[in-house]
Design a protein around this ligand. Structure first.
Ligand code: SAH
Length: 268
């Protein structure tokens, strides 16, 4: 049997936000490599007894690739567990390159990203019709650089909803960049620390107070910053077109209730 690496999204934190597919992959794995800092060890309960468990936080990329090389040689099933969804800021690309170089097949198992968990914590939709229909996921350059055409200022100029990963460590600079890019001082902001964990914290403030709020709460990691007009609590703003009585579509042709598409009983 040939080896395989599954890049598994563990979800944002709460162990019951793991997908059924992820649970099955963990149950079938011979080796599980996981990051202790952002993944609850409770998800390891899905593993079989005797599964080799390797914490990744004190390993380098080369250490992990050595495990993949062993998997290729010995035909092992490896589950490499990432927080949230592996396709976002997961150092996934370099691991895919390594798997390809080893001739080792890989598969990605999606996870619930912290973006979704933050929206859950806020109890809000991030795309509101006629208010904000685009979501920018980005980060500030800190210890690692950013492509020069992706400055916070240039992205902020769109004025749409922005979610910043890995960016709470220098809140004054973050606030200054966002203002410089064109968001008004009263643009609603939220900070969600450890979304879906028992110690989750949610802060809301106007952009002018963002840095003070982050500093005051002593948040320096594991948080998302959300900015933009969709975060305002304006009950009347933006109604969806799809559910509007004057909007027809395939399942609900306008003015023809008799031609509504039939949905099998129990499937709705
Ligand atoms: N792949 C992950 C992101 C990994 S990068 C995802 O899809 O969510 C790590 C950064 O993600 C953290 O610095 C923080 O900005 C954010 N993050 C991850 N889990 C989080 C959580 N539970 N609550 C808030 N932010 C989180």
């Amino acid at each position: 049997m040939s080896g395989v690496v599954h890049f598994v999204g563990a979800g944002p934190g709460a162990p019951d936000l793991l997908t059924l597919r992820a649970a099955r992959v963990l149950a079938e794995a011979d080796v599980v490599v996981w990051a202790r800092s952002l993944v609850d060890p409770a998800i390891l309960e899905h593993c079989r007894p005797g599964t080799e468990l390797v914490p990744s936080d004190d390993r380098t990329h080369d250490d992990v690739v050595a495990i993949y090389a062993r998997a290729a040689e010995e035909g092992l099933r490896v589950a490499r567990v990432h927080s949230g969804d592996p396709s976002l800021y997961g150092a996934l690309h370099e691991q895919i390159v390594a798997c390809k170089a080893l001739g080792l097949p890989y598969e990605i198992v999606p996870g619930v990203s912290s973006v979704a968990a933050a929206a859950t914590a806020l109890g809000q939709e991030l795309t509101i019709p006629d208010v904000s229909q685009s979501l920018i996921l980005t980060r500030r350059p800190t210890r690692t650089s950013m492509p020069s055409n992706e400055t916070i200022q240039s992205l902020a100029a769109h004025g749409t909803t922005m979610v910043l990963f890995l960016s709470v460590r220098r809140p004054r600079e973050l606030q200054a960049d966002l203002l410089e890019g064109g968001y008004a001082e009263d643009t609603p902001c939220a900070v969600v620390y450890r979304a879906s964990w028992p110690d989750e914290v949610v802060l809301r403030c106007p952009l002018a107070e963002l840095a003070v709020a982050i500093r005051g709460a002593r948040i320096t990691t594991q948080a998302l910053v959300l900015v933009g007009p969709a975060l305002q609590e304006a009950p009347d703003a933006g109604r969806s077109h799809v559910y509007d009585a004057g909007y027809g579509h395939r399942y609900r042709p306008l003015g023809r209730p008799d031609r509504y598409k039939k949905v099998p009983r129990g499937a709705a």
